[in-house]
Design a protein around this ligand. Sequence first.
Ligand code: FES
Length: 105
Amino acid sequence: MAWYKVAKESSMKDGDLFKVKISSEDVLIVRDRGKFFATSVFCTHENYDLSEGFVDEGNIVCPNHFAIFRPSDGSVVQNPEGSGAIPALKSFKVKVENGDVFVEA
Ligand code: FES
């Protein structure tokens, strides 16, 4: 495991999300209310790319069937419409130092 610089703190505003490749992992970076979070990129329902989703009330929303995930730990807040329970996203540790955002992977 190592820390990887993924963004400048000032380059993201609340509600922003984007994906980065770290080592062999696809990681989703999310900013909400001044805090940064990192999860796996692909929805655990049908692998939709969550970097094309959005943040609503502090949660990541998959626009495909509206599964909702908590960015702080990847847990499922709401299962997809018409679906049973789905697994959580993978969660990564994040830290901010001197204006830079780092993810451990
Ligand atoms: S692919 Fe994300 S909710 Fe179905």
